[in-house]
Design a protein around this ligand. Structure first.
Ligand SMILES: NC(=O)c1ccc[n+]([C@@H]2O[C@H](COP(=O)([O-])OP(=O)(O)OC[C@H]3O[C@@H](n4cnc5c(N)ncnc54)[C@H](O)[C@@H]3O)[C@@H](O)[C@H]2O)c1
Length: 358
């Protein structure tokens, strides 16, 4: 895979000020794409977006996905050929604190975006390829040892997971109701947890690790025994770009795709933090701080990615040791006040080079 396809393509990215969105825009800008981003301000402070040298190289629109009129204005001005929808309230614990805001953003945000596509089609122009980024948490979690397949029931437990299940269903309805003629190819991608440099979210494990080592404190781990499919952030982003390209070129590739690591990289949070401490070195260490009355979170979650593999010949590129090496390297550049955009470009180059060699 290389990104030459994206040169001079007009791309509309929602959620561009977030963790994944910043990395994605860096990839697209490096490929020569014409990028418009639509999001609220960065969700964290500090944030990756302002350190990634993105704003001068793209159209950076700040707006709420719940505000259809403003979204449509940005969308119709950008006239995208490809749409990548990442804007969301993505934190499980925050969804317990604010279920209403989470559903409004994650469900109505998807409706608004697809409504823009429908309206563009009615006006005689429309993007040819749309990708809705959901999550591995969309499935009804049965706490079993098998990976979930794309055709299993969508019924996330907590408001975040469930709002993403709803976002999937909204996508299904728009596809069959308005785009069954094949004029616009629409897919969803259900990715697992990602790690990588530049994530500062609260209630996520790698940002928690970095905050602790920066202060010289032990890392507090809430759920050391829960198993998650972890990947480097570049892994799903490359898949999003691959699906968006393939379905642009041939609408028969549109579908619903799981994106996750191989079995060997589904770790417990405790194992992940062990690996972080070994890779970081110095005095990094962690403590079990399981909470007695913590809100429910799934304990065991794995994805079956056979569909993605058999359709596109895809396989994950970086195993956990490499992912953690990159994440810690980035963290050290960050703490030293180094060149963040340069570090991102180098990681992207290494990742893509590895893809094309195998
Ligand atoms: N990070 C992960 O491990 C992970 C795993 C699976 C899926 N995802 C999905 O990937 C996407 C991006 O996640 P992330 O980790 O980069 O999250 P993030 O919180 O870093 O970024 C979220 C982005 O959405 C924007 N946003 C939030 N509410 C908005 C609103 N009302 N209107 C407009 N923009 C709004 C934010 O400004 C930001 O740009 C989300 O859809 C998330 O559900 C993330």
């Amino acid at each position: 895979m290389d990104l030459r396809f994206y040169q001079r393509k007009r791309i509309f990215v929602t959620g561009h000020t977030g963790f994944k969105g910043s990395w994605l825009c860096r990839m697209l800008i490096g490929a020569g794409a014409i990028v418009t981003g639509y999001s609220l301000d960065p969700p964290t402070a500090p944030d990756l977006f302002s350190h990634a040298d993105l704003a001068p190289h793209m159209t950076d629109v700040r707006g709420d996905i719940r505000d259809f009129a403003t979204l449509w204005q940005a969308f119709s001005q950008a006239r995208p050929e490809i749409v990548l929808h990442l804007a969301a309230q993505p934190i499980v614990r925050e969804s317990y604190r604010d279920p209403l805001g989470t559903y409004e953003t994650n469900v109505m945000g998807t409706v608004h975006l697809l409504e823009c596509v429908r309206r563009a089609k009615a006006e005689g122009w429309a993007p040819r390829s749309v990708l809705n980024v959901t999550t591995d948490k969309v499935y009804q979690n049965r706490e079993w040892c098998w990976g979930y397949r794309e055709d299993e029931p969508l019924d996330g437990f907590d408001p975040y997971s469930n709002s993403k299940s709803c976002s999937e269903l909204v996508t299904h309805s728009y596809k069959s109701s308005f785009f069954a003629d094949g004029s616009v190819a629409i897919s969803t991608a259900r990715a697992g947890n990602v790690i990588g440099g530049g994530d500062f979210a609260v209630d996520r494990i790698i940002p928690d690790c970095l905050r602790a080592v920066e202060k010289g404190q032990p890392i507090a781990v809430r759920n050391p025994h829960s198993t998650r499919p972890y990947q480097h952030v570049l892994e799903p982003l490359a898949v999003y770009l691959m699906i968006a390209q393939k379905q642009y070129e041939d609408g028969r590739f549109q579908g619903y795709y799981n994106v996750g690591p191989d079995e060997c990289d589904c770790l417990t949070t405790g194992e992940l933090v062990d690996l972080f401490c070994r890779t970081w070195g110095e005095d990094a260490r962690w403590e079990n701080r399981a909470e007695a009355n913590a809100p429910h979170e799934a304990n065991f979650l794995k994805l079956d990615c056979s569909l993605l593999k058999s359709t596109f010949g895809w396989k994950p590129r970086w195993h956990m040791a490499e992912c953690m090496a990159m994440t810690c390297r980035f963290g050290k550049v960050w703490l030293a006040g180094g060149d963040i955009a340069g570090e991102m470009d180098e990681e992207i180059r290494n990742f893509l080079a590895e893809q094309s060699e195998k």
